[in-house]
Write a protein that binds this ligand. Sequence first.
Ligand code: PMV
Length: 369
Amino acid sequence: MTEKHFIPTPYTNSLENGSFSWSSPSNIALVKYWGKKEHQIPKNPSISFTLDNCKTTTNLTFLRKASHGGFSFEVFLDGEQKDDFKPKIETFFKRVEDYLPFLKDYHFKIETSNTFPHSSGIASSASGMSALALCLMSIEKLIIESDVTLSAAERSIDETYFTKKASFLARLGSGSACRSLEGDLVVWGKHDGIEGSSDLFGVKYPNDVHQNFKNFQDTILLVDKGEKQVSSTVGHNLMYGHPFAQERFKQADKNLSDMISILKEGDLDAFIALVESEALTLHAMMMTSMPYFILMKPNTLEIINKIWDYRKSSGSKICFTLDAGANVHVLYPEGEASQVLEFIQNELVAFCQKGQYINDKIGFGAKLL
Ligand code: PMV
């Protein structure tokens, strides 16, 4: 499958106006994507847990414009106009224009809200871009279905194509967004051991998953809610000319191969080792690039050490992972939820900014509202 697959058969657009709403979750990578080629193609494959509570809801209203002209849209976050979001959306529209030829026919009102606090340090790009991509796909589906000049076959868009194309579009907005549409595990990036995997879109993990990994929990500890020190665009670019880049890309591919058997066997100890190593490697890449960054805060390290102590003394299967920031995702099996939450309350909350954390768990993807 190539990009061409997502260019629609030319259609006659007779829709005047309408609106769609989608909610789409965030996701947390177990094997991380860090480094990309042109057109948002990842340098290595990645796999993530889809989250459940951390999500974005987007309502997209479209109204036909008098003239074709350029892109026309306004953006609102929690009812407040957000012009600072516009450049990112304009870039996204430019990237997807060939795949969504109706974009310049309408004025769009994008109304969005997140379940998590905006400046919590939790990236809203994955949930936000996937929700927007899905709304746009709903419009395209409606246009195509109502075009009587097309044949019956051309008018039907099946669910698989809809989701793939929405993921493909979301990827062009923000790479990891393509992993937010489905759940509970999603792979993005071509990998020999995962049938159907692609650099162009995320796919629901198709291989066997042991019961141990069902309903995994993720408590997100908000250590630092400040603006991101390094944007992900800058971060990915740091992998160009990075002295360890090639080894890192090979390692990620191998880690995903190992993850396939870990998920199948239900090997929680091997899971812990792989996931924590991936998180620290991501941060090591940032510490060893030029320019270099330390995105962990002292409290990030306090929390990691506490998790290690707790695991050692209790035999718990708790582990941590990190995004490109200071917050800590605490992962643990559902069966341990009450003990781990007690541990978090007693020992980890003290290291969170204003004591804030979010209880989440594995989810199953986006929903049309
Ligand atoms: O989707 P982006 O371009 O914001 O990159 C996200 C990269 C990480 O979150 C650090 C890792 C990942 O695979 O999600």
